[in-house]
Write a new protein. Structure first.
Length: 519
């Protein structure tokens, strides 16, 4: 096997090893994969930055400085997904000789670096909405959680129906409860965007919109290993340009724009003249093809100046908006507050760190986490919240905190979870069936794990719920089981800043002397 072809094969193998487990982890509705699989999400660049995993960030930057943007073709699941789309698009299609699918285009450096600067300033100021919408890993997560996962579940249910009709009950039906209209629309939009950009311009998203691509592109300009073109061997057939999905190769001028090259190595394996090499930049001196882009520094300086100006203009506005979005402690009854998962500590902290990748949504065993629409405003769009519609938060479960790659949900122990008060249940007597219909119920009390909701005498033999606020953890067990519709008689209201609940007192065991057989 030729060395150039070996690099492409190695890249494909590594991409499968990274992409496969991440994809399956999002699709794993049967909880087959071990929870530690989520570590592959923690090595994504933006989640690592948000999660303060600076060692991971440093390794990824050093990797790019050494080998170029191989992160974009190997580690990033959104990048690999675009490669899969590109491969599907190429099936059964042959271009006539001389007709190129991909062409060299001038880089949109000014646009992408200004966008990177604005995104960074807004994120530092606590306004992470733009970063959330552009982060490649989170976009992949939303596509996998809201489109691919339901498709797999529907396929499973169809197969289960067929097998069950034959008397085989190996598979079972699974309901789809974690999808919302907002998450479905967002996932559909990004998948269509990937398909359109890939089919028309290859990695246009990665090289024009993606903040990770812009950051790594700036580092990749100085990478030690680069793709270079030997002008003595190149016959300017432009085959390499035709296969470059990053549109980074100028076939006529024999130039390679390393800031946009994503390290797929397709060009190396396609060149019949063996004119392209992937080697140390300074190993044999500088070639003509490597200095052909001598105008790049001046463009880079203009892009840097423009980026600095955009940051300077954005910073004060972002600061003022961030201040205005901070919770001031007031109880605004007209504006609902989402109940955030245990471990998120506060609503503001959760919004600052969560990129809405929906990994916690797919892994929640009780399916109580749902992506938000606009009911809590644009600032909480697509981020998960506790939806006590038909489920509740398990008293001893910490899965969402364990798998969160950005530490938006901070890891907590089971004992800490039991005393974390994310909200308080409020009882509305005028809605309760005990008060309205004079009927026994008590479902809320039976489903309360801390007995914060207990029954007290009401009328005659009837009892009615009462909430002990200091014992309530806001798990939603009472709200989810309440039979009253449409407005339930007991509702959990969120704490913008999580509080500490009292641990329920354990009842002392009564010692009974047993004589003979104990009758």
């Amino acid at each position: 096997m030729k060395k150039n072809h070996f690099l492409k094969v190695l890249r494909v193998i590594l991409a499968i090893l990274f992409f496969g487990p991440v994809l399956v982890f999002f699709l794993d509705f049967a909880d087959v994969l071990p929870d530690r699989t989520h570590i592959l999400a923690e090595i994504q660049l933006i989640p690592a930055i948000f999660g303060s995993l600076y060692a991971v960030v440093g390794v990824l930057l050093l990797l790019t400085l050494a080998f170029g943007r191989i992160y974009c073709s190997v580690i990033c699941p959104a990048g690999v997904l675009q490669d899969v789309i590109n491969r599907i698009f190429c099936i059964g299609k042959k271009k006539p000789k001389g007709v190129f699918r991909f062409h060299y285009h001038k880089p949109l450096n000014l646009f992408r670096y200004i966008l990177l600067g604005v995104t960074a300033v807004l994120a530092v100021s606590g306004l992470t909405e733009l970063c959330m919408l552009l982060d490649p890993y989170s976009n992949f997560g939303r596509v996998a959680a809201s489109l691919f996962r339901p498709a797999v579940i529907w396929g499973n249910n169809l197969l289960a129906s067929i097998l069950n009709s034959m008397g085989n009950y190996t598979l079972y039906h699974t309901s789809i409860t974690s999808i919302t209209i907002g998450s479905l629309i967002a996932a559909g939009v990004i998948l269509v965007l990937f398909i359109v950009t890939v089919s028309l311009r290859g990695r246009l998203f990665c090289n024009s919109l993606c903040p990770v691509g812009a950051l790594l592109g700036a580092v990749s300009r100085f990478s030690l290993f680069r793709i270079v073109i030997d002008p003595g061997k190149c016959n300017h057939c432009r085959t390499c340009e035709r296969t470059c999905k990053a549109e980074a190769i100028h076939g006529k001028l024999a130039k390679v724009d390393m800031s946009r090259c994503v390290g797929c190595f397709n060009c190396l394996s396609s060149c019949r003249q063996n004119a392209l090499k992937y080697r140390l930049f300074f190993l044999h001196g500088t070639t003509a093809s490597e200095t052909a882009g001598a105008d790049v520094p001046s463009k880079s300086r203009r892009a840097f100046i423009a980026t600095g100006a955009a940051i300077a203009a954005t910073a004060p506005v972002a600061f003022l908006q961030a201040k205005s979005h901070q919770y001031d402690g007031a109880d605004d009854n007209n504006k609902p507050t989402p109940v955030t998962p245990p471990g998120s500590l506060s609503l503001e902290r959760f919004k600052d760190r969560c990129t809405a990748c929906h990994l916690c949504v797919t892994q929640c065993p009780s399916h109580v986490l749902r992506p938000a629409g606009l009911e809590y405003g644009f600032g909480f769009l697509l981020r998960p919240h506790m939806a006590y519609i038909d489920s509740y938060c398990n008293y001893e479960c910490t899965v969402c905190a364990d798998v969160c790659p950005t530490s938006a949900i901070k890891p907590i122990t089971v004992e800490e979870k039991k005393t974390t008060q994310i909200g308080i249940a409020y009882f509305y007597e005028d809605r309760c069936v005990v008060s309205v219909k004079d009927q026994d119920c008590g479902a809320c009390s039976e489903h309360c794990p801390t007995q914060a909701v207990h029954m007290i005498p009401y009328k005659g033999t009837l009892t009615i719920p009462k909430v002990e606020a200091e014992l309530c953890v806001g798990c939603g067990g009472c709200e989810s089981i309440c039979p009253v519709r449409p407005d339930r008689a007991i509702i959990v209201k969120a704490h913008p800043v999580h509080q500490l609940a009292e641990k329920p007192k354990e009842e002392e065991a009564i010692k009974v002397d047993v004589s003979e057989f104990g009758f």
